[in-house]
Design a protein around this ligand. Structure first.
Ligand code: ADP
Length: 565
């Protein structure tokens, strides 16, 4: 039965019960009122008339003055004859009274009237008693009916009141439990409601929804498992080491290469807190260091030395970091190639140095008057040969320095040195070049006679490179300021020019190998000078920097620690 029908029946029954109780009540009251009215109308009034007539007969003297009143009571009695025998007695009273009117003092007539009136009284009193008994019986019957019907209705209403809320609340409770299970991803949950109403239909719909969700979950799970195994295979076949961490830095996975590099098995450490693993594993410690991302690592594993580039990728989900993937990219083949290239460059540069030096020497000898006179054109050609030989020598020396840096073979001869020596050395080297462009180098020294701990040759090389660049990128007749100053236990060297300056976006790459600001003429330099400078300064524990504004000039600087005797 449908819930709507159940509700309609329940409420309809209560309505009918109220209606029946009301009708029964009204009918009982009406019946009782009728019984009382009958007694009152039929008998009580007769008793009043009879008693009035008896009282009038007792009046002394009983004469014609009393007759009209007697007549009126008798007339009313004649109109209210209701009981058997009452009519006959009344008619007797009427006949006798008519006779009495002509003979008022006739005692026998009075006696007859009195007797007949008593008969009327008696008939009515008996009727009152009878009707009263009937009324009482009726009242008892109605009250019995009322008690019975009311009890019956109350019983049904009570049954409804007890059972009806359950018809609604029980299925609602069962449904809400089912929904909670689905919210908690328990798609195997089914609900059973035996009612064949709207709740039953709802339960069926719920069960088929849960079934669909269950199917979907299982098919998705299978798909996810398949995808996972595919990704696992790809990750494991990669030549790079891959390590996955969750947002709390617990280890999620590591591939075969990473297992070899770390010397650990995934099964042993899966789920472990990575910093805890790092306590007993040097490589893991290095990988977790804040500044290790984008760095190159030399790792000795599996009986050989390999080079890896470390990438740390944040895994995000809707702007929230949910983990990290550490990628150790195997760059050993590139490293080997690079090493071969560096060795090749070093060999070539070294081999070229001697013939170039001898070309330079021969060219200089050519201009010597003792060998013979050269005409002006020849002299010009010889100068050009010397300039080119100088440039070649500079390039070969930079390439040699470069290969030293790349192979990690910088050999420093650190000693306490006066900054003046370095300044003199560098300014002397650049002076000829500066003169060619009529550029003045203004030197300001604020070192209070302090010495620095440095390799003088390498540091002079750096300062020379700064000055050469400043001259190269300044206009003719310009000025360059070379300043030394004491700052926080360091001595700072700065070279400031008013040349073309460098665009801000290139400043971060200016110390990179082979980097030349786009637009720099091909012939000018190799793009190695500043990167070698950085290696030389940083190898000595110093700091190097640049400040520049396009069109206004540049300031290159480095600082080195003060020597304390
Ligand atoms: P190079 O030997 O080619 O000058 P560097 O490493 O010394 O190589 O310089 C790299 C690049 O930085 C140069 O190609 C040039 O574009 C830019 N640069 C260096 N110094 C200056 C400067 N003082 N003013 C403007 N640009 C400069």
């Amino acid at each position: 039965m449908r819930l709507k029908t159940k509700l309609s029946i329940g409420i309809g029954f209560l309505f009918i019960a109220i209606l029946i109780s009301g009708i029964l009540g009204i009918f009982s009251i009406y019946q009782l009122k009728n019984d009382a009215r009958l007694i009152l109308e039929d008998n009580y009034e007769t008793l009043v008339y009879s008693n009035n007539m008896l009282a009038l007969m007792d009046r002394v003297p009983f004469d014609s003055s009393v007759f009209p009143e007697f007549e009126s009571n008798l007339a009313r009695q004649e109109a209210n004859i209701t009981e058997p025998g009452e009519g006959r007695a009344t008619a007797a009273v009427r006949n006798t009274f008519d006779l009495l009117k002509h003979d008022p003092s006739n005692d026998s007539l009075q006696t007859i009237i009195r007797r007949e009136i008593y008969k009327i009284n008696t008939a009515n009193q008996e009727a009152i008693q009878r009707k009263n008994a009937v009324a009482e019986r009726n009242a008892r019957r109605f009250s019995n009916y009322t008690v019975f019907i009311f009890g019956f209705l109350a019983l049904i209403a009570f049954t409804l009141a007890v059972n009806f809320p359950g018809i609604i609340s029980e299925p609602v409770k069962t449904l809400s439990e089912g929904i909670k299970a689905i919210v908690n991803k328990d798609y195997s949950k089914r609900i059973r409601i035996s009612q064949h109403d709207e709740f039953g239909e709802l339960a069926q719909a719920f069960n088929s929804m849960a079934e669909k969700l269950d199917e979907y979950e299982h098919s998705n799970l299978a798909k996810i498992k398949f995808e996972k195994s595919r990704i696992d295979t790809i990750i494991n076949q990669m030549n790079d080491g891959i390590i996955g961490l969750d947002e709390s830095r617990n280890l999620l996975f590591l591939n075969k290469v990473a297992e070899k590099l770390l010397g650990l098995q995934e099964a042993e450490i899966r789920g472990h807190y990575a910093p805890d693993i790092a306590l007993h594993n040097d490589l893991m410690r290095n990988l977790l260091k804040q500044d290790s991302a984008n760095k190159e690592l030399k790792i000795y594993a599996d009986g050989k030395e390999s080079y890896f580039h470390l990438d740390i990728l944040n895994v995000t989900n809707i702007d929230k970091v949910i983990g990290q993937v550490i990628v150790l990219r195997n760059i050993t083949p590139f490293h080997e190639l690079n090493e071969a290239k560096t060795n090749f460059i070093a060999t070539i540069s070294h081999e070229l140095k001697t013939p170039i030096a001898s070309i330079k020497m021969s060219a200089q000898l050519l201009t010597d008057a003792r060998i013979g006179n050269v005409n002006r054109e020849q002299e010009e050609l010889v100068r050009s040969i010397t300039d080119d030989a100088d440039r070649l020598l500079k390039i070969t020396s930079e390439l040699l320095n470069m290969s030293q840096v790349e192979t990690g073979h910088i050999q420093l001869k650190i000693e306490p040195v006066s900054p003046d020596i370095i300044i003199d050395n560098a300014t002397n080297t650049v002076s000829a070049l500066a003169q060619q462009k009529n550029i003045a180098i203004r030197v300001t020294k604020h070192t209070n006679g302090n010495k620095i701990m440095t390799d003088p040759e390498k540091t002079a090389w750096v300062l020379t490179n700064f000055l050469t660049n400043a001259v190269k990128y300044s206009l003719d007749d310009a000025e360059i300021e070379l300043t030394t100053s004491l700052k926080d236990n360091n001595i700072e060297f700065t070279v400031c020019d008013h040349g073309r300056g460098i665009e801000e976006k290139y400043l971060s790459r200016i110390f990179d190998r082979y980097f030349k600001v786009p637009g720099t003429p091909e012939k000018v330099g190799t793009g190695l000078g500043l990167s070698i400078s950085r290696e030389f300064i940083e190898a000595q524990g110093g700091r190097i920097w640049v400040d520049s504004k396009l069109g206004e000039g540049s300031t290159f600087g480095f600082s080195l620690p003060v020597y304390h005797a």
